[in-house]
Design a protein around this ligand. Structure first.
Ligand code: ARG
Length: 540
């Protein structure tokens, strides 16, 4: 005897998307249906536009962010010596390269948007796909945004209070970080175009900063120049003295290195939009990864050549110390501003993709359905229809947005953005760089491990599956072994954080069976709930 009103089904509505598209298009100019009756995995994957160079700039722009300007102290202080630190940078680079190659194999055989969400669901069943989304929404996305924001705050503090930055309360930089998160969220609520334009410029800055640091560093190391006339470091022969023999400390250092390389998986989210994924995906990976590894190792060598190791280790803002040593206060100010601008850009694109992930999770029924809603309801729908009919003073500008299949003013996943905002602020409050980086690493590498394990499982389960790109089987095996080592070490190095991550994952399991699965079962019982009158009411 059914009540006719299923709370779970109501809370977690049946999705109208295909589910294949992790980043379903938001707002479809061709659709006049209500906002959250989205067009599914269609638009973006039908209009394949990404080329080799787009992929390259996407991945390099994402990967080079805050890390190379902030992780070095974390790496050095854990492994103890410059030589060991360089080993960590090389090993973590090679590790992400094997991971990215493995992802490219999956991307070639399953050329759909959505990345791990899709691969895991196909290989290990829907629960694992759900758990990935769950952890990504609750931990990975807001956690990484918080780290980037905190680094931005620390660099801005150094820019404007260069002399007494160390005496200031950490809440000043945290406050700036949280302000940045709020600004970026508001920007993304208003319009998406605004942010993407800004990002292109910011990405250039980032390149200039990294290349500039490397070149000036080499010049300084050769000529022995320094701003304040202090003698440069001697070329030390003992690069390996004081190397730590604590495996757990090495693991923590690796997590810090891996943070700087993180984002290597992001092509997998948009595989479906590549014109020729089979050819270009591996090419993108095999160009981008060596380039990033080279520039990071070069950057670190330069830091070591120019700065005393204590200076590198004493803060998260090594680039400022570098700028000061070479060009004095002006150099410090310029580098601080450039790095914080780069972080702001990263924060902005991260907010953009998070809102899409949460939006899709809402539409998939993984979280309450209103997170999969665009705009603030009837008002924004009205706005959209009117702009499409060219009414209203803003219509020209707004129409140009819709024409691209983009959203216009306030026709954005506002609820998803607010959820992301709240979670990100919470991480900013409770965490600081070092702890958050390990926390993020443990959560992230759990799912990277699962996904790459999927490559091996799929080779066994479906030997005849078409694989336009087949990675050398050693790469997924190496990746799995190293990430297993990392995860096992985290238990000893950072027990509390590991327990919290495990708790997040475990809570996801009952949520899946109570809400997500039941929703599907009840859909069978009642028919498509989206045709029920109460459902329509809820959707209004
Ligand atoms: N590697 C980047 C940095 O150094 C972080 C990337 C964050 N991860 C992501 N998927 N957006 O700041």
């Amino acid at each position: 005897v059914s009540s006719g009103f299923d709370f779970a089904a109501n809370l977690f509505p049946l999705s109208s998307t295909t589910g294949a598209d992790g980043y379903a298009p938001l707002g479809n100019s061709a659709s006049t249906a209500r906002p959250n009756a989205g067009p599914g995995g269609g638009l973006l994957e039908r209009n394949k536009t990404l080329t080799y160079f787009n992929g390259l700039s996407l991945i390099i722009g994402l990967v080079i962010g805050s890390g190379i300007f902030s992780s070095p102290s974390q790496v050095n202080s854990n492994v103890g010596s410059p030589g060991a630190a360089l080993i960590v940078w090389i090993v973590s680079g090679l590790l992400v390269w094997t991971g990215a190659s493995s992802y490219a194999e999956l991307g070639g055989s399953i050329p759909l948007n959505g990345g791990p969400q899709v691969y895991l669901a196909k290989i290990f069943g829907e629960l694992s796909g759900f758990l990935f989304t769950w952890v990504a929404v609750l931990v990975l996305k807001p956690g990484s945004a918080a780290i980037i924001a905190i680094i931005m705050g620390e660099y801005l503090v150094r820019a404007f209070a260069p002399t007494n930055a160390d005496e200031l309360s950490p809440w000043v930089s945290k406050g700036i970080a949280m302000g940045g998160v709020v600004i970026v969220t508001i920007m993304n609520c208003i319009s998406t175009k605004m942010g993407t334009k800004a990002n292109d410029i910011l990405m250039l800055l980032k390149f200039v900063a990294l290349i500039g640091v490397t070149i000036t560093g080499i010049v300084v190391a050769i000529t022995g120049f320094s701003y304040d006339g202090s003698p440069n470091k001697e070329w030390k022969s003992d690069w390996f003295t004081d190397t730590s023999d604590d495996l757990s400390a090495w693991a923590v250092a690796l997590y810090a290195g891996l943070w700087a390389y993180d984002g290597w998986d992001n092509t997998s989210y948009v595989v479906g939009e590549f014109i020729n994924p089979a050819r270009d995906l591996p090419r993108v990976i095999h160009t981008a990864m060596p380039l990033v590894i080279l520039s990071y190792v070069a950057g670190n060598v330069v830091y070591f050549l120019v700065l005393p190791i204590e200076d590198i280790n004493s803060s998260n803002t090594v680039a400022v110390a570098f700028g000061h040593k070479v060009f004095g206060p002006i150099g410090a100010l310029v580098l601080a501003l450039v790095v914080s601008a780069s972080c702001f850009g990263a924060l902005n694109s991260s907010t953009f993709t998070s809102s899409r992930l949460i939006y899709v999770a809402g539409k998939e029924g993984y979280i309450p359905g209103f997170f999969g809603r665009l705009g603030v309801g009837a008002a924004s729908e009205d706005l959209r229809v009117r702009t499409q009919q060219n009414q209203g003073w803003f219509s020209k500008k707004a129409r140009s947005c819709f024409a691209d299949g983009e959203m216009g003013l306030f026709y954005t996943p506002i609820f998803a953005l607010i959820l992301n905002l709240v979670l990100t602020l919470a991480y900013c409050v409770v965490g600081e760089f070092g702890t958050l980086v390990t926390f993020y690493g443990v959560a992230g590498y759990t799912f990277y491990f699962m996904t790459v394990l999927g490559v091996i499982v799929l080779r066994v389960k479906e030997p005849n599956l078409e694989r336009p790109y087949k990675t050398w089987i050693v790469t997924p095996v190496v990746f799995c072994c190293v990430s297993l080592f990392l995860l096992s070490r985290a238990v000893f190095a950072q027990p509390l954080q590991t327990v919290i991550v495990i708790a997040f994952v475990l809570v996801g399991i009952p949520v899946f069976f109570l809400f997500v699965r039941r929703r599907k079962v009840s859909a069978k019982r009642f028919g498509d709930i989206s045709t029920k009158p109460w459902w329509k009411f809820w959707q209004k």
